[in-house]
Design a protein around this ligand. Sequence first.
Ligand code: SAM
Ligand code: SF4
Length: 499
Amino acid sequence: MDVQAWVKQVIRQEEIDKYLVKGKDFIDEKKIRTNLEQQAHPDPQRVRDILQKSLSIKLLTPEETAVLLNVTDPALLEEMREAALEVKKRVYDNRIVFFAPLYCSNLCVNRCVYCGFRSDNPEEKRHILSPEEIYRETEAIIDEGHKRLIAVYGEHPKSDADYIADSISTIYAVKRTTPSGNGFNNIRRVNINAAPMAVEDLRKLWRAGIGTFQVFQETYHPGRYAELHPANTIKGNFRWRLYAMHRAMDAGIDDVAIGALFGLYDWKFEVMGLVEHAHDLERQFGIGPHTISFPRMQPAPGSFLSENSPYLVNDDAFKRLVMVLRLAVPYTGLIVTARERAELRREIINYGCTQTDASSKIGIGAYAGKKLQEENADKVQFMLGDQRSLDEVIKELADDGYITSFCTAGYRCGRTGDKIMNLLEKGVEGKFCKLNAVLTFREYLNDYASAATKEAGERLIQRELQEIENTSFFTDKKLLPTFFNYYRRIAAGERDLYM
Ligand code: SAM
Ligand code: SF4
């Protein structure tokens, strides 16, 4: 099938209409504007009442979110930051989950004006990884110490659902022997960031063992969306994208990840859009988003807009938006990426983030070796703000009291979707996952840590072990003996034991 014929058959109108409520979208521009305007001067007591609601791990209403978005008083903002961090502690404790991005293809039929991969960027050299290249990339990512990755694809018939499903299988097949030779390390969870798909295609990804399906709406403002995504492209269809996660849920993928590309439009509007999205998923499926991302637009080769948008978000606004998202959707994971500068990333973790990446390379084929990296230096989508190694970032976090987690047990034990939402809301998941965080951190310290990271990590892990030993949280009496047994076996070289 040629490219144009393929493009014409991607969108299925019935898979949009199905999710409209009385023919309407869950994004109502007028309603969002009215909420933001009516809450323009927040009463401090109202703000404090809303913070109490967040602390009881309840999704805030759009109106309550608008109140928080309009706070500018520094003392109140500090109270919000403290509450945001407390929410994070209650739900996720002091864990930070790590992943690596794996860019598989920069072939793309769309023309998003902010992206280096857009089809009308003549400077972009195109490449799609072969299965062998995906294999080599995965080996290099495992050798950094990673256990989960997010594979990223442009939208193109050559990187269709079959290609994506095959790449998931290839990634899962890669195994690397541990330094002790006792076991092997591998990627235990493959998440996907790709274009919206039809239910039939999403089922192929589900069968291949996808972890989370991630699609960013880019902007929730329909008018601005139309300006940035030409109408005669697939991505030009706002609604096809808006209901991507609804279709994923119907396909059986219940860990879905939403996001907005901050810098395309008014940041307060985008936060309102994300919260409306969480509400609609809860309304229609009983499950909110597994994670929310808030990438800030970075300079992209050949894109004028990426550096000159009137809506670029400065650091102060960025901190506020992360804090409000933490408070508004208390159970969700929040992802801050290596797009951000090192010092800002370190700070933003304290606003309630739960996941991040490191050692990231976003060129196509950029992990596997110097030669491929040099050849593909011009195949990047945008510029990264923080190029530090996983080891450096883990050490910094350990010094700050955060334990790195490579845990992927939840999804392999069926703790996804509504089951995990329940545990998160009750604060159980945070405590339970701490056990798996310690087990996977032990693996990392043994296999990959530098001397300095080992030192910082050992201090932290001893503290954690002490805390676990003293906890009275778990009612199942067999749980802690099993945990300590696993811990000793992992320290002796066994791998991939989880609770
Ligand atoms: N092609 C798929 C799509 O558009 O959904 C997935 C891959 S695309 C490379 C992944 C994400 O990169 C986009 O959703 C967009 O938010 C983000 N992105 C694009 N250009 C960017 C830029 N200049 N800076 C930061 N992020 C960008
Ligand atoms: Fe293609 Fe995605 Fe980039 Fe748009 S954002 S040009 S769809 S890769």
